[in-house]
Design a protein around this ligand. Structure first.
Ligand code: MN
Length: 356
């Protein structure tokens, strides 16, 4: 049978994070190797080149990925950009890491060759090239994220092309892998590069709104928490503004002006159990008016990337339209970190071998 798509979840998560002294020493050794290999190369920002792989590794550390992934991040540009060879990496770091680095080198070449190719085709190739090990894709996403965070140092004529590729390929990819935080950041930086005027307009409107409404986010958080706890539900409620790119997309989709856009606040309501999710939903609909057509049950029907939550919009405290996302802690973990939250990515190469 053909191998399953890399996003399918087949195994329970495994905890991997007890770092031994040996692992720490390994990591130091790997960093020193990568630092020496990049020598005196410089980034467009003028920083030593080595700051880049280090930042990429830091992003993956934050996502709590395994050691091999982090080491591959430190080495991800070494074969393409320095004298180091594939063979050398294999001898020094073993086959697991050298295969990851190999996958990354391949994508890098693919990037260069297919920049003009149809985007869907590009994405498909990208996926095929790395489907052997999802970790390659995770490093590539972190690589792109750091490059986007530092895009202001890139020549203006190159910026748009990079931002387009990010918006067309990498942001949707992050979305399909369930990594919403990464997706949003990629989208927002790209939007700022590609459409600076729209970005600025929305951003300054958000700032004004923030000043006018004062502590409205905190007020609504407190009110929601209070209503739920009055019914015996212990919850953690956090509100946030939508990001400029998602506001802009909604304006485009619904042909709205900025002034007509009402629900720019979203709240996450995290509760202990699935029962509590439905109970909290019932309470919020009893206490406030639900906006028709806005209820979605992604618990009984999860999204393809395994995202689960209840969504609804109510006319909440202060008569503000607020969007609620109701979920448990484990749903929240998956909503934020996606495939990185599963520990599943680690099993990908073995699963492949077993089926071959
Ligand atoms: Mn890189």
């Amino acid at each position: 049978p053909p191998p399953p798509p890399p996003f399918m979840l087949r195994r329970p998560p495994r905890s991997t994070h007890t770092q031994s002294r040996r692992q720490r020493q390994m990591c130091i050794r790997d960093s020193v190797y990568a630092m020496k290999a990049h020598g005196h190369q410089k980034r467009a920002s003028g920083d030593p080149y080595f700051s880049h792989p280090l930042e990429v590794a830091a992003i993956l550390t934050e996502l709590k990925l395994d050691d091999a992934t982090v080491v591959a991040a430190l080495l991800h540009d070494v074969v393409e950009d320095t004298e180091a060879t594939h063979q050398e990496i294999e001898e020094l770091f073993g086959s697991e890491i050298s295969q990851l680095v190999d996958g990354l080198t391949k994508i890098k070449r693919l990037d260069l060759v297919t920049k003009e190719a149809a985007q869907a085709e590009n994405l498909r190739k990208l996926l095929l090239a790395v489907s052997r090990d999802i970790r390659v894709l995770l490093v590539k996403l972190a690589d792109r994220l750091h490059n986007m965070r530092t895009i202001e140092y890139v020549k203006p004529e190159k910026r748009s092309r990079i931002a387009e590729g990010t918006l067309d390929i990498y942001a949707p990819l992050a979305g399909r892998m369930g990594m919403q935080t990464v997706r949003e950041e990629l989208e927002n930086i790209s939007f700022k590069v590609l459409n600076p005027d729209a970005f600025e307009t929305i951003n300054s409107r958000l700032e004004r709104l923030r000043e006018e409404s004062g502590n409205i986010l905190a007020d609504i958080e407190i009110e929601l928490t209070k209503q739920l706890s009055a019914q015996g539900i212990e919850s953690e409620v956090t509100g946030r503004e939508k990001r400029p790119y998602s506001i802009w997309r909604k304006m485009e989709r619904k042909h709205l002006s900025l002034g007509q856009l009402s629900d720019i606040f979203g709240f996450r309501v995290i509760v202990p159990s699935i029962d509590d999710c439905y109970h909290a939903l019932g309470i919020s609909h009893q206490v406030w008016h639900a906006v028709p057509g806005r209820f979605k049950d992604y618990i009984s029907t999860p999204k393809q990337n395994d995202y689960r939550s209840l969504h609804t919009t109510v006319i909440g405290p202060h008569r503000m339209r607020v969007e609620l996302q109701i979920r448990t802690w484990s749903m929240h973990e998956i909503a934020e970190r996606g495939i990185a939250a599963h520990g599943l990515y680690k099993d990908a190469p073995n699963a492949q071998t077993a089926e071959a």
